[in-house]
Design a protein around this ligand. Structure first.
Ligand SMILES: NC(=O)c1ccc[n+]([C@@H]2O[C@H](COP(=O)([O-])OP(=O)(O)OC[C@H]3O[C@@H](n4cnc5c(N)ncnc54)[C@H](OP(=O)(O)O)[C@@H]3O)[C@@H](O)[C@H]2O)c1
Length: 384
């Protein structure tokens, strides 16, 4: 494992961080983490040098923090790792920041957090943080030793990121970045701005939630031939693209099985700053063009929309089938699957949508969910 310095603190952070948002689950139920499998993954990660763990209040419907707490309490190695969880500003507004933090510490079975960060700063949550003066709350906790570093995760424009970075002397920031999003959200401009200010950057969604890990065989062969390259794994390329950047301290990946973890650990064990080659750059440009032309919903399956939907409609599930139909031409596979999963009773899944827009208000990707959901259900039904 390669480690990167965390600013001037003397802390060394593994350049691969364990994202705890996509742990293996039983029966597709996000609240039901497959504990034996997830335990095996955490063991492997720690044995191979991963020392950074990222969870949040909402992950796995609240059970990610519970699992992380149980794991480190049982293994008694909490002090060996760097633990982050997040304060959702809207929840701090409704329930009180102190109550939220107290509940999280209890679930995590810890008396300190290495990083406590605002969850998902955007144009709606940033005013809440300012209005409630939540930064003073964070500073009080830091003085008391309850938290050690203050940061934020971010999903909005480069301009807002710059404003947020200028507003406070942050210990770190977490941004979405991958080879497809160089001009989206924070983008390369935001990454460089944070770097210039000396704010360590942690990357989330390096594979756009898994959408950048696959291309159909024929296109894959053509792309590698055009780049005059031997075939390499796309997850590996996606990570190396980010490890190339000196501004980055750690890349979080939400690996959902041990094999993925093993591959990503291998990449993080030799990928260096400045090592991305012109050929690899040409490859990601071609992959980027391929995905951009075919993706229907730029969804990372973060599940935030499901949590907000009054009916908990499986929006990411529908988008996944819709994208797979469109990217891989797998309509005859995903069409019947869609029907079996969502319309087995004969009713139209899209007609269940109440059109309330709660999903769109929370979506970090600012997807036009309602329109694409309607379109996706219709397409999948008609092409089964
Ligand atoms: N603060 C925020 O607002 C926020 C938002 C999002 C994420 N995060 C944090 O950032 C972490 C990373 O984001 P992310 O989970 O979206 O990361 P990601 O690496 O972009 O996506 C993870 C998904 O990519 C696929 N994947 C990863 N490694 C792979 C490999 N070697 N081979 C094949 N597929 C692979 C898997 O998809 P399949 O499961 O489909 O196989 C996996 O579930 C999260 O876990 C969470 O801790 C924070």
């Amino acid at each position: 494992m390669i480690y990167r310095p965390f600013g001037n603190t003397g802390l060394s952070i593994s350049q691969l961080g364990m994202g705890c948002m996509r742990l293996p689950v039983i029966g597709g139920d996000q609240a039901n983490i497959d504990k034996p499998q997830a335990t095996e993954m955490f063991d492997y990660a720690i044995d191979h040098g991963v020392n950074y763990f990222d969870t949040a209040y909402f992950y796995h419907k609240g059970f990610s923090e519970v699992f992380v707490g149980e794991y480190f309490a049982q293994k008694k190695n909490r002090k060996d790792i760097i633990l982050t969880t997040k304060l959702p500003p809207a929840l701090a507004q409704s329930d009180g920041a102190q109550n939220v933090l107290d509940g999280q510490m209890k679930k995590l079975q810890t008396d300190y957090l290495d990083f406590y960060i605002f969850h998902q700063i955007n144009a709606k949550t940033w005013p809440i943080i300012k209005e409630l003066d939540l930064l003073s709350f964070m500073e009080e906790q830091k003085k008391k030793g309850v938290i050690r570093n203050i940061g934020f995760s971010f999903h909005d424009t480069t301009e807002l990121l710059q404003e947020v970075l200028d507003a406070y002397d942050w210990d770190m920031c977490q941004i979405q970045y991958n080879f497809m999003d160089v001009n989206y959200q924070a983008g390369t401009a935001g990454l460089e701005y944070a770097g210039k200010k000396g704010v360590p950057v942690f990357i989330m969604e390096p594979m756009k939630g898994g959408s950048l890990t696959n291309v159909p065989r024929a296109e894959m062969d053509a792309i590698f031939a055009e780049c005059d390259m031997e075939e390499v794994g796309l997850p590996d390329v996606a990570l190396r693209f980010i490890y190339d950047r000196p501004e980055v301290t750690c890349v979080l990946s939400g690996m959902s099985n041990l094999q993925q973890l093993k591959e990503n650990v291998a990449t993080a064990s030799d990928a260096q700053v400045g090592a991305f080659t012109p050929q690899q750059r040409q490859l990601v440009e071609k992959l980027n063009a391929f995905y951009k032309a075919r993706i229907k919903a730029d969804c990372t399956a973060c599940q935030y929309c499901v949590k907000e939907c009054p009916l908990e409609l499986d929006i990411p599930g529908v988008f996944n089938y819709y994208n797979r139909g469109s990217i891989y031409g797998m309509w005859s596979d995903v069409g019947p699957k869609y029907i079996r999963k969502y319309e087995a009773d004969g009713s139209k899944y899209n007609e269940k949508c109440l059109d309330c827009g709660a999903c769109e208000a929370i979506c970090p990707q600012q997807i036009e969910i309602r329109r694409i959901f309607q379109e996706g259900c219709e397409a999948l039904r008609s092409r089964r």
